[in-house]
Design a protein around this ligand. Structure first.
Ligand code: GLY
Length: 600
């Protein structure tokens, strides 16, 4: 984007913000986190509130850092870095390791997005999102009366798009890898063939889906350590988890590259599985799948350059819209999660998700007005109905007007190598364990990503997200995503690698985590530990983690008609890396699950 344009916009918004701050006098109340001379501390004004989920401390390294959802996968990434691999080698190894040790979201049967910044500052993004099968059609999940047939886009064979992960990793490695393909796939082969010890969370996850697994996959024995039927097994922490079929699939990928998945034995097994369950994916679909290198979105926020994912993900556009809506406001002075801070962030989120529903979709099929959506004039026009006195009513917020234009179960990992090359990858099956279809003889879960299309205009998907024609189903089209793998530069140097799972909450978690560091002065780990909130236009309510808001903040927001809902579960599973002023790396992993950072 044109630098003068950015500068002009910043001045414009700053002026608008200062004006807003001058003419209104918002109250601020609650707990704040303050930065003092580079020493990060939080000021606990209300002893009943603790802004952090835990006191976990970040991991420090100088030569490399990997943060992912599973200790085994982070260890694989670290080993690859220590063996002389670069950040892309480690990322490929982590993606495949997660497919073995974290079957709930790690995958070869799904897809994802990679943001890569090399140590010379050149940025790339790779879209390896799934595609609708060639036989898919716009109304495939509707009955003859035009009503949505519940469950078809979320569970079973018809819910799957054509997987992109293996092609994505092959592309990334071909272009940037340093070690051999065999070397980077080997850890996943070993983990599947020899097994690994389940964590307590791994065991709980497998036990939780037992019934579904048996209903959807009758008579199959896939990742079992024995021939005992799945429904009679209760998994425990420490059990050795061996996946013999998956090991063979990984070996085919290792020896044949992309063809080991999209052609031959694996493709045949996958297509046969689809026929068994009336799914649509054919061997032809697999052969035709290719990931896409796309121009990254890059835009300024203060002294930072934000490098993020363009469509097919909505994440990058939405993140920048939010950041720019609130850039003019003195968030740092107001304090972390004070009522004024939260109010402007909620109002930004409300408008951004309305735009997401209207404009965003696969850029290979629809024209997505990316530069307009993040432009100064457009954002200014979207903010005119903001009022300090009262929450904007989402019923009165529609997607903006541009002339000429009509589960938590994903996973993210961040890698930085010794030379400062950085990778930010978010990858998913969509829901936990995807469609819960395991490909017979190949041992991996298929995605249920078709639910990320708008199956019918205005009908919410599993994340409550609404879409329209831009995200309607069409053969070979990619479904819209919220995944937001992002890298920030500060004064031209690598500064932060960030991302999270969380369906529709991904974008707002990334937004808050970035602001926690650059506005509120937290360390990377504190920013990850910090409690979070989320608003997505519709439904018109703000959900928040227990403790994220003080009683005073809650009261102040409720006085202005905000509907607040305290969660019993959590938001985000962030895995991030921050480059400290002395050049060392701070690896931050989310204490809300098994996430682990490993560095050296
Ligand atoms: N499947 C969640 C997302 O892509 O946003």
């Amino acid at each position: 984007m044109n630098q003068r344009f950015i500068l002009y916009f910043s001045v414009l918004l700053l002026a608008a913000g200062i004006n807003a701050c001058k003419t209104q006098s918002p109250t601020t109340s609650g707990t704040s986190v303050t930065q003092s001379q580079g020493v990060y501390q939080y000021r606990d004004e209300d002893p009943t509130v603790k802004p952090f989920f835990s006191d976990r401390v970040g991991v420090t390294g100088r030569n490399g850092m990997v943060a992912s959802a599973h200790p085994e996968a982070s260890q694989v990434g670290l080993s690859i870095l220590q063996a002389g691999g670069n950040a892309v080698d480690a990322a490929v190894a982590v993606q495949f390791a997660l497919a073995v040790v974290y079957p709930g979201a790690g995958n070869i049967g799904g897809g994802g997005f990679m943001v890569y910044r090399d140590n010379a500052g050149k940025a790339y993004t790779l879209d390896y999102r799934e595609k609708a099968p060639g036989k898919a059609s716009q109304n495939m999940y509707l009955d003859s009366a035009g009503n949505v047939r519940q469950g078809l886009s979320t569970s079973g064979h018809l819910a799957s798009g054509v997987p992109g992960s293996v092609d994505g990793m092959a592309e990334a490695h071909k272009r940037f890898g340093k070690l051999t393909w065999a070397q980077v796939v080997q850890p996943a082969v070993d983990l599947a063939a020899k097994g690994f010890a389940l964590t307590e969370r791994d065991a709980l996850g497998l036990n939780r889906i037992k019934t579904d697994l048996n209903t959807i996959n009758p008579g199959k024995s896939y990742f079992l350590k024995s021939t005992v039927p799945t429904d009679t097994i209760t998994w425990h922490k420490g059990d050795l988890f061996v996946q013999a079929d998956l090991a063979k699939t990984m070996q085919r990928i290792q020896s044949q590259g992309r063809a080991g998945f999209y052609e031959g034995e694996t493709a045949r097994l996958l297509a046969e599985e689809m026929v068994r369950g009336n799914g649509l994916i054919t061997e032809e679909d697999l052969k035709n799948y290719h990931s896409a290198w796309r121009e990254p979105i890059q835009a300024k926020y203060k002294e930072y350059n934000v490098i993020t994912m363009p469509p097919t993900s909505s994440g990058g556009v939405a993140l920048l819209q939010m950041m720019r809506f609130t850039e003019p406001y003195p968030l740092r002075r107001w304090g972390w999660n004070r009522d004024s801070t939260v109010q402007v962030m909620i109002e930004a989120e409300r408008r951004v998700y309305a735009d997401r529903a209207k404009f965003l979709g696969d850029p290979d099929f629809v024209k997505v007005p990316v530069s307009q959506l993040i432009s100064p004039d457009y954002l200014k026009s979207r903010w005119t109905d903001f009022s300090w006195a009262k929450a904007t009513d989402s019923r009165n917020v529609k997607g903006g007007s541009i002339p000429g234009y009509e589960s938590l179960e994903t996973t993210h990992f961040s890698v930085v190598d010794k030379d400062g090359n950085a990778v930010s990858i978010t990858t998913t099956l969509n829901g936990g364990y995807g469609s819960r279809v395991v490909v017979g003889g190949a041992g991996f879960f298929m995605n249920n990503e078709m639910d990320d299309f708008s199956v019918k205009p205005g009908v919410p998907n599993m994340f409550g997200l609404i879409g329209n024609q831009a995200n309607a189903i069409a053969p070979n089209k990619r479904m819209l995503s919220s995944m937001t793998p992002t890298i920030l530069e500060k004064n031209g140097k690598l500064f932060m690698v960030v991302g999270t799972p969380g369906g529709s909450t991904i974008i707002t978690s990334v937004y808050q985590t970035i602001l926690n560091v650059i506005e509120h002065g937290m360390t990377m780990q504190q920013a990850v530990n910090a409690l979070k909130f989320h608003h997505q236009w519709l439904p018109d309510k703000t959900i928040f983690e227990n403790g994220a808001f003080s009683d005073a903040t809650i009261q102040a927001l409720q006085n202005r008609s905000y509907v607040l809902e305290k969660l019993t579960n959590t938001l985000g599973r962030m895995d991030c890396v921050l480059i400290r002023p002395d050049g060392s790396y701070e690896g931050a992993s989310d204490p809300r699950a098994d996430n682990t950072a490993r560095g050296y």
